[in-house]
Design a protein around this ligand. Structure first.
Ligand SMILES: [Zn+2]
Length: 106
């Protein structure tokens, strides 16, 4: 599943699992794990230890990771998650296009 082409700040939609249909921005890409962190998706509760006498510990909610195969780039024009097509420009740079409508993501 390499070359999926998802980067930080991309807008994606979750296409499987309990978070299916949720949309959000990519906060972080964990390339070595093939996982991403998506804003406001897959919240997990974590216990935090008290940092000091004045700071209380407790439960904090934080985004957990989502496997890359569970997210797709969201195309505004198509209104759904889409596959990406790579296109190489004359100067050798690569742009990502929506496989559905051809809109550029870059
Ligand atoms: Zn599209």
């Amino acid at each position: 599943m390499s070359g999926i082409g998802i980067r930080k700040d991309d807008f994606v939609v979750v296409n499987s699992g309990k978070e299916r249909g949720k949309k959000g921005k990519i906060l972080k890409v964990l390339l070595d794990k093939n996982r991403v962190i998506v804003e406001k998706v897959n919240f997990v509760k974590k216990h935090s230890k008290p940092q000091s006498e004045s700071k209380q510990g407790g439960i904090i909610e934080k985004e957990g990771t989502v496997h890359l195969s569970n997210v797709m780039l969201f195309c505004e024009k198509c209104g759904k998650g889409v596959r990406v097509r790579n296109k190489y420009l004359e100067d050798g740079s690569k742009v990502r296009l929506c496989a559905g409508c051809g809109e550029s993501f870059d």
